[in-house]
Design a protein around this ligand. Structure first.
Ligand code: ROI
Length: 159
């Protein structure tokens, strides 16, 4: 059994609805339980600025799926949402990223865990801190410390 943090993001179509639907689908994944979901947040795009603002959130999943089986399942959900990805670091209908799997470090062709950019991105760290403010990354960096080094440029969406 593993605890997996998953980052959710969308900025095309109806991003808020995409994320709410994605939480329902995460809860239905085989051999998995959706433990917690963060609030939804509006965030300014990282990368090209000529794209819509994002809605972001983080989910905590308990699963017995192996990492690559989970990756397959998440990519299938992205496809089911009619994933459109126009360009690298560009807009997308639904993005599901594996952020952390327990204290695992994975560097394989298809999957890098922890997510390589997670520690620099407020749209990941802020929702993560809502779920687990005490979290420490496998490289020893504390989430609380990382947050002090970032701007809080996210706007929480009212429930
Ligand atoms: N920017 C924000 N704010 N949120 C995202 O989820 C996001 N995802 C991406 C890139 C294009 C890097 N920028 C993002 O993949």
């Amino acid at each position: 059994m593993s605890l997996v943090y998953i980052g959710l993001g969308a900025n095309l179509g109806q991003p808020q609805q995409q994320l709410e639907q994605a939480f329902i689908e995460l809860a239905r994944l085989p051999n998995s339980t959706l433990v917690t979901q963060s609030s939804l947040y509006h965030s300014k795009p990282v990368g090209p600025q000529d794209q819509p603002d994002y809605v972001n959130a983080v989910a905590l999943l308990e699963t017995t799926l192996e990492p690559l089986a989970l990756l397959d399942a998440l990519q299938q959900l992205e496809q089911d949402h009619g994933r459109i990805r126009k360009r690298h670091w560009g807009e997308r209908t639904l993005d599901l990223d594996i952020i952390l799997i327990d204290d695992s470090v994975i560097e394989s062709e298809r999957l890098t865990v922890p997510h390589p950019f997670a520690q620099q991105r407020s749209f990941v760290l802020i929702p993560l801190s809502e779920i687990n403010p005490e979290l420490v990354f496998p490289n020893g960096k504390a989430l609380g410390q990382l947050l002090t080094e970032l701007d809080n440029d996210l706007i929480r969406i009212r429930d």
